[in-house]
Every structure is written in structure tokens, then in C-alpha cells.
Design a protein around this ligand. Structure first.
Ligand code: FAD
Ligand code: FES
Length: 243
């Protein structure tokens, strides 16, 4: 069994300069941003990157939405100063980016009915995961939770897959047959999902971070195995490591 805290699917984090090549609104609050640069440290869907803006002291973490040779995308929801600043950046801007952060999702080959569950902009890392699962011949279903239907976006990022939008993810879950859940969202949502859903699962936590590299304990989660840091031990945790 893979234990929480082990580095399972990551390489050493790397800092390098990236050039913004797309900054496009997908909804009133969310932009897709594409960056070009050295992506050699990104090794699994569910990992995150940390962007440094010139006027900000702390980097801002974002899940890798998808990536390939020399590019990655992130979905940025505008919630404060930093994210507003990112939305306003023109293409061509260079930023320092830390890549290859955290443990990502580990696809389970035996699963025949995987379900991807995203809460709001938490759908982001599921895009790259969906592409990789589809490439191995497994078509996941996708459930996207938005409390306000006016905030909905993202179905177009899962071409060829059946996507369901829901205001209440937990009711919708019961209607979709599945044997494995890959999810991303807030701590409250992930904990509730782990408790309520009988299927095996891997959960990516979107929490508030401080340092982002394991030094401040500002991102700690309580688990039966003690306090775990989302930035170093996660952000993806297995259900059995949470309950
Ligand atoms: C591993 C990880 C992956 C993430 N992936 C994404 C992603 O793919 N897309 C995305 O849009 N955001 C993601 N986030 C959240 C993102 O990092 C924050 O929203 C961003 O740093 C806020 O910066 P800001 O300067 O705009 O907001 P601030 O001015 O710092 O804060 C504005 C408001 O947002 C709240 N806030 C800030 N960070 C978080 C957070 N992590 N969770 C909940 N509330 C927060 C603050 O409490 C405050 O109310 C991720 C966070 C982590 C830790
Ligand atoms: S953010 Fe500092 S330990 Fe995770």
C-alpha cells in the first residue's frame, strides 16, 4: 500500500522562468493561464505549481490543470489581490514558477468505473488526470459541484466524457455508479466525501498555505497518523490515510 507522506510520483521541485502564452476567461471568475518553460519536474496530475508575482512576497499555489512538453496550464479563480493580478497579466509576461510540487494522483489500473469529482475550481487537476485515464482506455465520468449554477464552467475541458453538474455533489454521487473516486476541493468537502462515499478514493486538498515547502506547518491536516502537511505529504491523500 502507498502510505501518506511517501513521495510516490514526484521528482524534485524546480524553480525556473516561464512565459505566459494564454490568459483567457472561462467564466466570470476563472481564467485559464498557459505557461511555457521547463516542465521536466511535473510528473503526475494533482501536483501543483507555485507562481511568484513581483509585488507579492508569498508565492501562490495552483494545481496543474494539464501539461505537456514545455507547457502547463492552470485555472485561476479570482478571490483576492494575487489572483486579480494574475488575471490582468498580459501574454509574454515572465514569472518565476516552482514546478513539481507535491504528490499527485496515482491512477488505479484495476478500476473500471472511475469518477472524477471537482468542487468549483477544484476541477482543475482532474483535467490532466482525465486525459491520462482516457489515454489508457478508461473513460472516467465527471461530476462538477457548483453551489451557484451561475458559476458553472469546465465541461468543455473534458472532451468526449460524460460530465454532470450538481449543486449537491453528495446526492449526485449516489446516482453515478463508480468504483474509484478521484476528487479535488476544499478540506470540508474532501473530508465529507471520504466519510460518505463507499468507494475507494484519492482526494486532493485545496487549503490555505504559508511557505508552501514544508517548513511552517501552516497547511496541516489532522489524520489518524498524526498531522500531515498538504504541501509536502499531499496535496493528494488516500481515503484510508484520512479516516
Ligand atoms: C495545493 C493547492 C492547489 C490550489 N489550486 C488552485 C487552483 O487550481 N485554482 C485556484 O483558483 N486556486 C487554487 N488554490 C488556491 C489559491 O492558491 C488561492 O486562491 C490563491 O493563493 C489566493 O491568492 P490571492 O492573493 O488572490 O488571495 P488572498 O488575498 O491571499 O486571499 C483572498 C481570500 O481568499 C481566501 N483564500 C486564499 N487562499 C485560499 C485557499 N487555498 N483556499 C481557500 N480560500 C483561500 C482567503 O482566506 C481570503 O478570504 C490552490 C491552493 C492550494 C494550496
Ligand atoms: S505551507 Fe508551510 S508547511 Fe505547508
Amino acid at each position: 500500500m502507498i502510505m501518506t507522506g511517501q513521495k510516490t510520483n514526484s521528482t524534485a521541485p524546480r524553480e525556473s522562468a516561464f512565459r505566459l502564452t494564454e490568459n483567457r476567461a472561462l467564466s466570470a471568475k476563472v481564467n485559464r493561464m498557459r505557461f511555457e518553460g521547463d516542465c521536466g519536474a511535473i510528473s503526475a496530475p494533482g501536483q501543483f505549481v507555485s507562481l511568484l508575482m513581483p509585488e507579492k512576497f508569498l508565492r501562490r499555489p495552483f494545481s496543474v490543470c494539464d501539461w505537456g512538453e514545455g507547457w502547463f496550464t492552470v485555472l485561476v479563480e479570482r478571490v483576492g489581490d494575487g489572483t486579480a493580478m494574475l488575471h490582468a497579466l498580459p501574454c509574454g509576461t515572465e514569472l518565476s514558477v516552482l514546478t513539481g510540487l507535491g504528490n499527485g494522483f496515482t491512477p488505479v489500473p484495476e478500476s473500471t468505473a472511475p469518477l472524477l469529482v471537482g468542487g468549483g475550481s477544484g476541477l482543475s487537476p482532474l483535467v490532466g488526470l482525465a486525459r491520462r485515464l482516457s489515454d489508457t482506455g478508461t473513460k472516467p465520468r465527471v461530476l462538477l459541484g457548483f453551489r451557484d449554477p451561475n458559476d458553472r464552467f469546465g465541461a468543455e475541458l473534458f472532451p468526449g466524457l460524460e460530465v454532470t453538474y450538481a449543486e449537491d455533489v453528495f446526492s449526485a454521487l449516489r446516482e453515478i455508479p463508480h468504483d474509484q473516486v478521484y476528487a479535488c476541493g476544499s478540506e470540508a468537502m474532501m473530508r465529507e466525501l471520504a466519510k460518505r462515499d463507499p468507494a475507494e478514493g484519492q482526494y486532493a486538498f485545496d487549503v490555505r498555505m504559508g511557505c508552501g515547502f514544508g517548513a511552517c506547518m501552516g497547511c496541516s491536516l489532522r489524520t489518524p497518523g498524526g498531522m500531515k502537511r498538504v504541501c509536502k505529504d499531499g496535496p493528494v491523500f488516500r481515503k484510508e490515510d484520512l479516516l
